[in-house]
Every structure is written in structure tokens, then in C-alpha cells.
Design a protein around this ligand. Structure first.
Ligand code: FAD
Length: 278
């Protein structure tokens, strides 16, 4: 059972509680990206079990009237065990999802996994002519080149600042520089991409930048924000734009909750207030 303080950020432990949350979101015109919490498996059975749950989730979404898709982590699908394990589990999920018309996002993890993740994405995206999306991190020095490479690949690209702390030889470590990169990457995408842009940020300045770029270039895009973060803004944005909420669920919620709280002490204050005010 997830304690009330964590339930601001995590939609319960079971697919049923997560799908209940999706229904409430859809009622507010916000769509959902479901993520089963789990990462860095060193046991093949754990990766296979999560992959099987994602395939069942795809069936649940397809069999409902819910506006939802899924987002998977490479190390959850066995990347630490081998690229072949990850690719095999990913392919099975994407095949199942494509057959049911459910979109699959691939999260981006630490910088040592970027090549394997991009290669696997490109492979499934070309095979399915879209239906799959990848995340790129503005704090990595390589990302400008990756974003150019991805312009020709079918599918969507989620732009984030980056949740990991890569070393300075591969990453920008100064926040202002990362913000500048993020702005430039979005500008490149709005100018050169044929839609399929996901702006994965809570930052009001980046959100405003994206809407200005949309006005200038007319390119299709969507906003993506995390469950429990700036929920009022999510609803306000949904009145005018397509908004997707990233909704984690599952019994491995502790490390995810800990990450949200440590990246921003306000999150703990908000979570406590939610508990105290019911
Ligand atoms: P920050 O730079 O953290 O903050 C900028 C401003 O945004 C703040 O000053 C404040 O005004 C506002 N803000 C930020 N957080 C809050 C808050 N909690 N409450 C109120 N205001 C706030 N990272 C990865 O590395 N890989 C992924 O696959 C990945 N997927 C993601 C998917 C989604 C949908 C989202 C939203 C993020 C994802 N991230 C991922 C995380 C991302 O890299 C950032 O770490 C995270 O989004 C924080 O950066 P930011 O742009 O939101 O704003």
C-alpha cells in the first residue's frame, strides 16, 4: 500500500489503480503515459515479467476508451543484461502495442546507455513507421547531433533537460547552459521536424518558448509533465494544447518517490500539504 505522502507522485501499485487515475485525468482533458516502475534488473525473469505486464497493459488500454500510452525504461527491459535482451523485450512490446494501436515511449537513462537506446529505438521505429517515441536529454553534449539524426526517423521525440548527473566531459553541468541547449534543441525541432515533438518540462520559461515556436513554425507538438508536478498548469495548458501526464505506478515506488523529493524540496512540502488537507 502506497502511503498518502507518495500517492501524489505514484498512481497506486496495480494497473487497476493506475487506470483509475487515467480516467480521472482524461475527464480533465489530460492524456496519460503509463510507466510501470522498475529499473536496472540483473535477473532476466524480472525483465520478462515487466515486459509481460506492459503487454497486458497495452491490452487493457486498447480494450478501454482511455487516452493512454506506455513508457518503458531500457534497463527495466534488461539492458544491463545485454543489448540483445533489451531489444528482444522491446520488440515484443512494440509489436503487441502496434497491433493494438497503442503508442510506446522509451525513456532515456544515464549517458552510458544512450547509444544502445537510440539504436534500438531507430530499429523499431523504422519497422513500425512510427508508433514509438524516444527521449533526448539537453544536458548531454552529443544531443544536438542526435536530434539531427532523429529528424529522419519516424516516431516522436521527447525533449527533457536530463534527470541524471553525467560527468562534465560528456555533459553541460551548468543549469543556465542546459536551459540554453534545451531552447536551441526545441527551436531546431520546431523548424525541422515534421511534428512529433514532446516538450517534457515543467519550466514555465520552456513552456512559453515552446508555444512561441509553435506560433512561429506551426509544427505539431505536445506537452508532457509528471504526475504530481504543476498539476494546475497541466489542466490550464490542456485547455489550449495537447497535454500528457507521465503516470508511474507499481510496487517499486520508493526510489521514484525519493528522487522526486530530493530533486526539489518543494515536492515534499506539496506532498505533505496534500496529506494534511486531505
Ligand atoms: P527544472 O529545470 O527542474 O525547473 C525549472 C523550473 O520549472 C523551476 O524553476 C520551476 O519554476 C518549475 N518547476 C520544476 N519542478 C517543479 C515542481 N516540482 N513544482 C513546481 N514547479 C516546478 N529525464 C531523463 O533523463 N530521462 C527521461 O526519460 C525523462 N522523462 C521525463 C518525462 C517527463 C514527462 C518529464 C516531465 C520529465 C522527464 N525527465 C526525464 C526528467 C527531466 O529530465 C528533468 O529532470 C525534470 O523534468 C526537471 O526539469 P524541468 O525542465 O521540469 O525543470
Amino acid at each position: 500500500m502506497i502511503p498518502p505522502i507518495a500517492s501524489r507522485f505514484v498512481a497506486g501499485e496495480s494497473p487497476a489503480t493506475a487506470l483509475d487515475h487515467v480516467r480521472q485525468l482524461n475527464d480533465r482533458d489530460v492524456k496519460a503515459i503509463l510507466n510501470l516502475l522498475g529499473e536496472h534488473y540483473d535477473d532476466r525473469d524480472d525483465a520478462a515479467a515487466d515486459a509481460a505486464e506492459y503487454r497486458r497493459l497495452v491490452d487493457d488500454i486498447a480494450g478501454s476508451d482511455l487516452e493512454a500510452c506506455i513508457s518503458v525504461k531500457p534497463s527495466q527491459l534488461g539492458l544491463d543484461l545485454g543489448e540483445d535482451v533489451f531489444r528482444s523485450e522491446l520488440t515484443d512490446i512494440v509489436d503487441a502495442a502496434a497491433a493494438r494501436d497503442v503508442f510506446v515511449w522509451i525513456d532515456m537513462e544515464d549517458h552510458t546507455t544512450t547509444d544502445a537506446t537510440l539504436d534500438a529505438f531507430e530499429n523499431v521505429a523504422r519497422e513500425h513507421e512510427g508508433g514509438v517515441g524516444i527521449c533526448v536529454q539537453a544536458n548531454l553534449r552529443r544531443t544536438r547531433a542526435d536530434v539531427r539524426r532523429l529528424a529522419d526517423v519516424p516516431g516522436k521525440v521527447r525533449f527533457v533537460k536530463g534527470a541524471y548527473d553525467p560527468p562534465a566531459d560528456v555533459a553541460y553541468t551548468d543549469g543556465e547552459r542546459v536551459d540554453r541547449e534545451y531552447r536551441d534543441l526545441l527551436e531546431y525541432a520546431f523548424e525541422h521536424y515534421d511534428g512529433g515533438i514532446a516538450v517534457g518540462s515543467h519550466d514555465p520559461a520552456m513552456i512559453e518558448h515552446a508555444t512561441a515556436l509553435h506560433d512561429r513554425y506551426g509544427t505539431d507538438f505536445e506537452f508532457q509533465l509528471l504526475m504530481g508536478v504543476r498539476e494546475d498548469a497541466q489542466e490550464d495548458l490542456a485547455a489550449e494544447y495537447e497535454v500528457w501526464q507521465y503516470v508511474p505506478y507499481g510496487d517499486r515506488w520508493k526510489s521514484y518517490f525519493y528522487r522526486r523529493v530530493t530533486e526539489r524540496t518543494d515536492n515534499l512540502r506539496f506532498a505533505l500539504r496534500a496529506v494534511l488537507t486531505g
